[in-house]
Design a protein around this ligand. Sequence first.
Ligand SMILES: C[S@@+](CC[C@H](N)C(=O)[O-])C[C@H]1O[C@@H](n2cnc3c(N)ncnc32)[C@H](O)[C@@H]1O
Length: 350
Amino acid sequence: MQRESPPKKRCLGEASDIILATKLFFRCANLIIPWLNPQELAVVAQTCKTLSLISKSITFHRSLDAARSLENLSIPFHNSIDSQRYAYFIYTPFQIPASSPPPRQWWGAAANECGSESRPCFDSVSECGRFGVSLVDESGCECERCEVGYCKCLAFVGMEEIGNECGSGCGCGSDCSNRVTQKGISVSLKIVRDEKKGWCLYADQLIKQGQFICEYAGELLTTDEARRRQNIYDKLRSTQSFASALLVIREHLPSGQACLRINIDATRIGNVSRFINHSCDGGNLSTVLLRSSGALLPRLCFFAARDIIAEEELSFSYGDVRVTGENRDNKLNCCCGSSYCFGTLPCENT
Ligand SMILES: C[S@@+](CC[C@H](N)C(=O)[O-])C[C@H]1O[C@@H](n2cnc3c(N)ncnc32)[C@H](O)[C@@H]1O
């Protein structure tokens, strides 16, 4: 009888084991590290040289696209004044319901394609940002061809100042020309750091008057929650440099009475419109409230108010109310640079 030779003992130090272990280490690191926020990333980077290198690479990739491949074009950060490479927030291309605590989002590794092996695609904001709000109503049209910016079937009595787009309630398809703002950002933009204003959104190409730029996407809040968050943001701002992006939109009836109030907070979850700064002369953007059929709430959309050249900062007016009396400590200096500059930023009286 032939004796079987005992299996050869494998030594852990063998080159193939080391290669395998290294590959596994990199794979795990690449799966986990893109989910970390900057503070966590900084802690991980201090643990060893390899993780420090991976963290640097993540930081580099984050600075290349604030939109995490969720828009048609990359929107990079540019900073030539200090060491901050990017601003951290969760990206959503659309309005979403308030989220507590904010979800995590995969951001910053090279294979950034949604649905790739390292980045599974789930239908939620924490993954691919596809979670839009569409509180459904019954309206819609049966048109097959609609006019750009307005479909005659979608007029709301008493709210004629709100623009209308076709939507899920309509008979026309997604290629309908009356869905200009539903196809994502299609102009080249970049986010540039300024010493006084922080991050600013810039045009990176010529944008023609009337072209759609982006919508103000963020968390939709109740008025109570908006007031609670505004208090927190005011306190944070008094102790550290902190930029909030909570916008309150009031739509008025012809009588002057407010009839609709929408609170959108893009501070923790939002899109690139959270980087649009205020200008006292009204800036170069016009804002339009747009309702698409099938969605109960309108969306605030930005269009070019005139031709905007590449390298021009995008701005709009945050409002007319300025801090007075006992709240003066809370005022923020305005650095818009326009000849009409009021000296302080408008405030939101939530
Ligand atoms: C919606 S954020 C705009 C992006 C912001 N610059 C950032 O770094 O994230 C609003 C904040 O930007 C700053 N900001 C906006 N417009 C400004 C202006 N004209 N002058 C100075 N700071 C401005 C203020 O800190 C304000 O609270």
